[in-house]
Design a binder for this molecule. Structure first.
Ligand SMILES: Cc1cc2nc3c(=O)[nH]c(=O)nc-3n(C[C@H](O)[C@H](O)[C@H](O)COP(=O)(O)OP(=O)(O)OC[C@H]3O[C@@H](n4cnc5c(N)ncnc54)[C@H](O)[C@@H]3O)c2cc1C
Ligand code: SF4
Ligand code: SF4
Length: 1004
């Protein structure tokens, strides 16, 4: 832990209205970036205004703390970790200050995220083209700090080429505007604080001009060191901002950035060049750039194979990858439609001229697959941009480590360079996966190492020294994209020479003699393999405990829980603001605590004892998990598959084992147990929302907000008839039967001549919305299916998936429910009868949590045989087994997907099912979680965030829908949120289908 600075904390709290975070958990969440380093900051300030940021810097200076500016914290070289006061610009300092559409320029605050800026520019036909892979969370301040480069840098250059000016606060508290200047500085007034500084910098540039010419690599991708080349005489484009670009927060604090904007890209053409040999692909790159592409991006075999195991990437690969290439080069053209076609044709010819063909064997196998569909192009680009994350999805303790990952060499040496580096890796007993920017000779590669081990730390040094020596041989750059940080700064002397390193130190001292800003980066850096600064420092280990769930697919302590937690590599994809699901609560609060990464970091520090004793069951941990709505968005969208919803169960189980259950969690968790009694006297429970004062009383006792009424209990709940009440209804005996014996004879004979399903009547639909079950039955029967209902036995309480128990950490109870349910369903599962359900969270519980709870073959079979109603309808229809005679329903359906539907990639079946209804136009709201998330939206302390989540997109979209529009939502909670937040009734898709059945008479 870095030193405590209570004096600084007190003063900041007094003087800053923004967030001041000095507790261990918060500091821990800011102790890492996307590198393998960890340094505990003294505290964190999240300022609301630039003035506040400047005040915080002044206070830090007075109290003897250094300052580390931070954006998304996605840097890979350790430049965004330090024992400093962290100033997080991403939450509040994220505005566009000025937009000059005609002049194609804008001025922004440093914390604005690139994708957010580009979304805003899009309506004006403009974009900012430094398209880093982390565009969804990288901030302009951080991008300028790192001199970031996008995949299309061949056309657009790096940040340095696109930053027009920077306003900054200097170490002495003065403000200065760094921008274009006359070479004699005559346009800067003598009174400006910048004048003497600029004069000194230019003098330094003049003095070092010859050395710069001799030692700076002549490749586009050189981002190491300070940009002394911007200061040498004779340039007619002197821009003083260029010295700040790439300075990694070591010289000044950026308060405003002026950016050069470009017209948006036109319709593009992508040729996916397939190669049978990686070496041949690398060799071909130099020829492909001659065709004038805007990007040539590499994806290698390992990445293709790893991506095939990730659900969200599999369909993309299937759509454009032919055979089993050793490498792909994705060649992108943006030259107008006609010219694109011509260049694509030339690309085919070029590969032919180079001797490649689909019919050739071995290394010369290959050819071009055209990718012309814009949606597929986007998916392919996303796959490429996720390269690192795909690699990081490896579950073993060794991980691909970044330290030689962005060297850049001239293109003619690319093939030899990659071959020799691969040899270096194997000499040290490891391997690497290659991807990224072949067009500019900057390939990403990370050898797999386990930095918990001294021997692998030593291998890291040996590989780095050999690799950088080789890069120098090719006159390349050891730092081609990600910057210096702790990782590369040590090697500047070998790359640039002693003299230039001394000049770098002079730059630093001229700006910041007292080492206020991010000390120890770029100059005077520690050894890059100082293990005390590693995230997994010597002595790091997870404390042993017996987890409640099965984590055995991961390695590490606590039966694999450690490995699951450590899957987070801090890349920050969960900080996305728009689209997809992950991470909905963060989108509302913009607090690092409330993002998947923040939670994973807190867990890692807690289980390794770095947050003090009993951190896992502490109140701080409960707070960290509080706004996780268990949407499972991260399970699918986190590129390394961090499954926080499951980890939250583990945390809650540990906490309840220690402290027991609150009255509120008993009421939520044990709902399936008391529901049969409640349904007998609904008036009693409904009094909560009928009698004045009762709601407030229940808020005090149970923590349910008095503002929101609870679901209405009813008497006519769904009950499986004792005798078949529908024409084809057959009831199974169920109880006690196993998969191999005692099958109900009636079920057996029915299965032989009929299409059958077993419908799972979940607790929510059974007690509160039986209309959905009735609707599903009528649709299935109309389609000729026999509908079974499994029961636990005559006179026993209904089945339940255990979801409510899991939501409060009652894992043993959930397991009991799961066992009962599985036992009742086993006879059907054994006979291959599909299990169909209506509530997404229950059915995905069958697929996800129940196998992890029970770990039996039957549980795994249940997982593979259970379907949501709409999945079943879509699947059976596609297979030609289901033909529904539906009448037209004119108008529109506005669909909101439950977050589990999205997390399991099961949204399209709802869309397909709705589209079966003639005349119905289907529009899907681009929404994340509705915000209700089971009991989350009822909580007195969470209802505000719950509604704010709904207000992000869902509720406004529902309010804007015409009265005749059918609002469709399959989740009970989502329907509740829509009803409360937008005053509209939403219906399950089964009811839409039931209403469309000819002659049904059912109304929506
Ligand atoms: C998976 C992955 C893919 C990546 N892909 C790319 C890529 O394609 N291209 C690329 O160039 N990089 C890439 N990176 C690296 C990184 O994402 C980029 O450099 C990104 O631009 C950093 O933005 P950030 O907001 O996270 O910066 P941070 O990490 O928060 O900060 C970066 C530096 O800027 C400084 N800084 C931040 N704000 C200020 C301020 N207000 N004043 C002064 N200094 C400030 C910080 O102190 C730090 O030194 C990738 C990283 C990951 C994890
Ligand atoms: S949780 Fe996943 S998406 Fe978020 S930072 Fe960690 S690895 Fe990246
Ligand atoms: S489950 Fe949902 S809310 Fe929780 S961390 Fe994952 S994405 Fe965020």
């Amino acid at each position: 832990m870095a030193k405590l600075m209570p004096g600084l904390e007190r003063r900041l709290r007094r003087e800053i209205a923004g967030d001041v975070l000095f507790d261990h958990f918060s500091r821990g969440r800011y102790a890492t970036d996307a590198s393998h380093y960890q340094m505990m900051p003294v505290g964190v300030v999240v300022p609301r205004t630039i003035d506040e940021a400047e005040r915080a810097i002044a206070l830090a200076d007075q109290e003897g703390a250094s300052v580390l500016a931070r954006g998304g914290g996605t840097s890979q070289c350790g430049q965004t970790v330090n024992e400093s006061l962290v100033i997080d610009c991403s939450k509040y300092l994220n505005h566009v200050i000025e937009l000059d559409v005609a002049g194609k320029r804008c001025v922004v605050e440093p914390g604005i995220v690139l994708d957010d800026l580009n979304r805003l520019l899009k309506q004006h036909g403009l974009w900012f083209p430094v398209d880093v892979s982390t565009a969804s969370r990288a901030t302009i301040g951080g991008m300028a700090g790192n001199n970031s480069c996008g995949g299309r840098s061949l056309r657009y250059g790096t940040m340095r080429d696109n930053v027009l000016s920077i306003d900054a606060s200097l170490a002495d508290g003065t403000r200065a505007h760094f921008g274009r200047a006359d070479s004699d500085l005559s346009d800067i007034p003598e009174s400006s604080p910048l004048k003497p500084l600029a004069r000194d910098l230019l003098a330094l540039g003049a003095r070092e001009a010859a050395e710069v010419e001799a030692r700076f690599p002549k490749v586009q991708r050189r981002v190491g060191g300070y940009n002394l080349d911007a200061l040498v005489p004779g340039r007619n484009d002197l821009n003083l901002a260029h010295i700040l670009v790439g300075s990694e927060g070591t010289l000044a604090f950026t308060t405003k950035v002026e950016l050069k904007l470009w017209p948006m890209l036109g319709r593009r053409a992508v040729g996916a060049c397939h190669f049978g040999s990686f070496y041949e692909a690398m060799n071909a790159a130099q020829h492909l750039v001659k065709l004038g592409p805007i990007a040539v991006e590499l994806v290698d075999r390992t990445m293709i194979e790893l991506a095939r195991d990730i659900a969200m990437f599999r369909p993309t690969l299937d759509a454009f990858v032919r055979g089993t290439p050793d490498a792909l080069l994705l060649v992108e053209f943006d030259a107008g439609e006609e010219e694109n076609r011509i260049r694509l044709a030339r690309l085919h010819e070029t590969l032919g001229d180079l001797g490649f063909g689909w019919d050739k064997p071995g290394a010369k196998w290959g050819g071009v697959v055209d990718v012309l569909d814009p949606a597929l192009q986007t998916a392919v680009a996303e796959l490429r941009a996720s390269g690192l994350n795909v690699m990081m999805s490896m579950k073993e303790q060794g991980k691909p480590i970044s330290f030689v990952e962005d060297c850049a060499v001239p293109l003619e040496h690319l093939a030899d360079y990659t071959a020799r580096l691969t040899d270096i890796f194997s000499k040290h007993g490891t391997r690497g996966t290659w991807y990224a920017h072949a067009s500019v000779g900057c390939l990403h590669v990370r050898p797999v190492l386990n930095l918990r081990q001294e021997k692998d730390a030593q291998a890291m040094r040996a590989i780095a020294e050999e690799a950088f020596a080789m890069v120098r041989e090719y006159k390349g750059s050891h730092s081609g994209e990600h910057g210096d940080g702790i990782l590369r700064s040590e090697f500047h002397e070998a790359m640039f020479g002693k003299r230039l390193v001394h000049a770098f130190e002079e730059v630093k001292d001229r700006f910041d003699r007292e080492q206020l800003f991010n000390p120890g980066k770029i100059v005077r850096a520690p050894k890059f393999d100082d293990r005390e600064k590693f995230r997994y420092a010597p002595g790091y280990h997870a404390e042993e405990f017996a987890p409640a769930l099965d984590w055995s697919e991961y390695s590490g302590g606590a039966s694999g829980f450690q490995g699951a937690v450590e899957m987070c590599n801090n890349n920050g994809a969960c900080r996305n603001h728009v689209g997809n699901v992950m991470c909905p609560s963060y989108r509302v609060t913009l607090d690092e605590r409330d993002v998947t990464r923040g939670r994973a970091n807190s867990l890692r520090l807690a289980i390794s004892g770095q947050l003090g004793p009993h951190a896992l069951t502490s109140d701080e941990m409960a707070e960290t998990m509080k706004l996780c709505v268990s949407c499972k968005g991260c399970r699918r969208e986190c590129p390394t598959g961090v499954d926080m919803a499951r980890m939250k169960i583990e945390v809650q189980a540990a906490r309840t084992a220690k402290y027991g259950y609150s009255p509120g969690s008993v009421l939520v968790g044990w709902l399936p147990r008391y529901a049969p009694y409640a349904a007998r006297m609904p008036w009693l429970l409904n009094m909560r929302d009928a009698l004045p004062g009762m709601a407030k009383l229940s808020e005090w006792i149970f923590g349910f907000s008095a503002k929101r009424s609870l679901p209405k209990w009813r008497k006519n709940v769904f009950r499986e008839p004792l005798t078949p009440s529908w024409p084809n209804f057959i009831r199974a005996s169920g109880a006690g039967e196993t998969a191999s014996d005692g099958l109900d004879a009636r079920v057996k004979s029915a299965h032989e001549d009929q299409k059958e399903v077993v419908l799972f009547a979940d607790t929510f639909n059974r007690y509160f919305e039986r209309e959905n079950i009735d609707a599903a039955v009528s649709v299935l029967q109309a389609a000729g299916y026999r509908v079974h209902f499994a029961r636990a036995g005559e006179g026993t309480r209904p089945l339940c998936c255990g979801r409510t128990f899991l939501s409060v950490g009652a894992v043993d109870e959930a397991r009991r429910e799961a066992e009962r349910t599985l036992q009742a369903l086993a006879p059907y599962i054994a006979r291959g009868i599909p299990v169909v359900g209506l509530e997404p969270s229950c059915i995905f519980g069958f697929r996800d949590e129940i196998p992890a709870l029970l770990r039996t073959a039957d549980a795994r079979r249940l997982a593979s045989q259970s379907f949501l109603f709409e999945e079943f309808v879509a699947r059976e229809t596609a297979a030609g087994r289901m033909k529904l005679d539906l009448k037209p329903l004119a108008g529109k359906a506005l669909l909101h997907g439950h977050c589990h539907q999205k997390a399991f990639g099961a949204l399209s079946p709802v869309q397909q099912t709705l589209k079966l209804v003639p005349g119905l136009e289907v529009e899907t709201v681009e929404s994340s979680c509705c915000g209700m998330a089971g009991s989350f939206g009822y909580g007195a302390d969470t209802i505000g965030v719950s509604l704010a989540m709904g207000e992000l997109t869902l509720l406004p979209a529902v309010r804007a829908a015409e009265a005749s529009t059918i609002v469709v939502a399959d989740g009970t909670s989502c329907r509740e949120q829509i009803s409360y937040g937008a005053g509209r009734e939403a219906v399950h898709v089964a009811r839409v289908l039931a209403a469309a059945i000819h002659g049904s008479g059912t109304r929506i």
